[in-house]
Design a protein. Sequence first.
Length: 188
Amino acid sequence: MTKDIKSILESLIFVVGKPISIKRLAKIASIRESEVANVLDELRQDYQGRGIKILARGNAVQLISIPENSQYVKKLLTEELQENLTRAALETLAIIAYRGPVTRSQIEQIRGVNSVYILRNLLMRGLIDRERSKRDARFWEYQPSFDFLRHLGIKDIKELPDFEELHKEEMPIEKAEKLTEEKKEESR
């Protein structure tokens, strides 16, 4: 096995952050599934005595922290969840509340910056929910959670101040889609 393949598979397993199938890893790395299995065995040995390991379940694998460190991991996550929301998190939450359901790319278009970690934090705190987009199943759409509504003491998102006015404004991507559709109709 080349060291590059080992590095590639390790990066993929780390970045995905959830179980990924050996078949998918093989496809992405352009190698056979048997090669993936061999490299995963090497990585398991490399991780002996370290703080992470590869968990295998069925035909999928995931990079996880070792159970012996769970009390420290739990402490870190608890502290992270109990911290006050940052200005960026509040801004993202407001976008989701007033424009939801909204995709990550739409949020990033409005904010002008990457929002992956903020969305992860809001999901972990239970302030937002995500579902597959009905328009394009490749994307997730984010919307306020019931816990968010409960924290605000409202029963319906429409009870937010100026909701009707702010919610009805089209986002730039929606305006572009509408213009494209209009031009298609004109050319018919």
